[in-house]
Write a protein of this length. Structure first.
Length: 173
């Protein structure tokens, strides 16, 4: 039970940070880039796993959209990167692959999925590859910050603390 409470609490903190700092954006062409979102995606992928990181990305995007500080592009732009980073880290435990997953998942895959969202739902006349540069810049900046935070956290053993219950649950404790 403690394990789930820790994860839910950290997920809620990540959602709060993502919403509160949604004013930190970089307007690049048709898209506003939110590096904080991508920082949270990578942190969530490493500290919480793929499911929680996608749910955190979804909740931040939803709240930002409902409050008028985001767009529908936030959904593919954040959730695909969060999922790919989370699944790569979960399978390999390699921070470099989680970093790659966030940058490629958001910067390329999320940008490509954002095109039909922009065209059909937002009525934009953007080209198919129009979002790759802005999404790439955003995710690269946020992912670098997250990488530095994760490297600092590794020295504090916070990841072991968050996942310590997993060992007890597997052993029936």
């Amino acid at each position: 039970m403690k394990f789930k409470t820790r994860k839910l609490t950290l997920a809620a903190v990540f959602i709060a940070i993502g919403v509160v700092f949604s004013f930190v954006n970089i307007p690049l062409g048709l898209a506003k880039c939110y590096p904080i979102q991508h920082m949270i995606n990578l942190l969530g992928a490493v500290l919480l796993g793929p499911l929680y990181s996608v749910l955190v990305a979804f909740c931040i995007s939803l709240i930002r959209n409902l409050s008028g500080t985001g767009s529908l592009l936030a959904f593919p732009g954040s959730m695909i990167g969060a999922f790919l980073a989370g699944i790569l880290y979960y399978k390999t435990k390699k921070l470099s692959l989680a970093f790659f997953g966030e940058v490629f998942g958001t910067g390329v895959l999320g940008a490509l999925v954002a095109y039909p969202v922009a065209k059909f739902l937002l009525g934009s006349q953007a080209a198919a590859f129009a979002f790759i540069i802005p999404f790439g810049v955003s995710t690269l900046g946020g992912s670098i910050v997250a990488l530095l935070i994760i490297l600092a956290l590794k020295k504090t053993n916070v990841n072991e603390y968050l996942n310590s219950e997993r060992t007890h649950e597997k052993n029936g404790f």
